[in-house]
Structures are given as C-alpha cells and as structure tokens.
Design a protein around this ligand. Structure first.
Ligand code: MN
Length: 138
C-alpha cells in the first residue's frame, strides 16, 4: 500500500494542449503492469482542451460544474455532473468548461506500449467553441 497526500502536485495544463486556465491533479499514474492513467482536470470558465485523440480511448466522468464535449463531425454536447463520456480509440475530440462555468472531470485511460496518453492537434478556435449550445437552454 502506498498513500500519497501532500506529494500530489496540482499543475497547470500546458498551453500547447489547452486554451484558457486548466489545473490537473494526477490521480493514478502508470506503474509496472498497470497502464492506468487517471487525472482530475479542473477547467476554469471557457477553458478547453485542444483537439486530440487517445490511443486506447478515454473515459471522462464529470464531477462538478457544466461543460462541453465534441467529437469531430458531431455537435457540441453539454455535459454535467454524473455524466460519463467514452471517446473511442483514435476518435478526435475535445472537452472543456462552459463559458461562464467551471467544470471538473475525472479522466481515465490506458496509455499505449510507449506510455503515450494522447496525440494533440489544433486548438479549439473561438469560432468552433462559439457553436456550443447556450447553456441556459441546455
Ligand atoms: Mn480526451
């Protein structure tokens, strides 16, 4: 058994991968035979990931706030606490907070043989983000 408490460091999401301010807490890190990577990701209002894919897919579970998720070619969907979203392996997508709300989700995936968790693409532009539904109507 290994308890980690004060040893967990919250870090800011790098600007290459995110628009806006995002903080990430590492929940589980791959070790030995386990490929499980889990993070608690805190998006400030308007913050979102860039477009990206995951080699073995990804599950996110919303724990707080209100946010959006979109796969390439699909509509922007509203996600709320208690919602689970699975992104297929290689499916291009993004996820983030609504413009006037925080959003926190747990993000869980299996890294690939080389330890990679994602392949990153373009940022989600303001124009793409503006296509989200008005959250008052969601
Ligand atoms: Mn993702």
């Amino acid at each position: 058994m290994q308890i980690t408490n004060s040893g967990i460091k919250t870090t800011a999401g790098p600007s290459e991968w995110f628009t806006g301010i995002v903080y990430i807490d590492p929940v589980a890190v791959p070790s030995g035979a386990s490929r499980l990577s889990a993070s608690s990701v805190h998006f400030t209002p308007g913050a979102r990931t860039a477009w990206h894919t995951h080699p073995n897919g990804q599950t996110i579970f919303v724990t707080e706030g209100l946010g959006f998720a979109q796969r390439r070619g699909g509509a922007i969907e509203v996600i709320r606490p208690g919602d689970r979203v699975f992104f297929e392996p290689g499916e291009e997508h993004w996820h983030g907070a609504a413009p006037t709300r925080f959003m926190t989700h747990l993000a869980m995936l299996d890294v690939d043989d080389k330890g990679n968790n994602a392949t990153w693409g373009d940022h989600v532009s303001d124009a793409e983000y503006a296509a989200a539904p008005a959250i008052g109507d969601a």
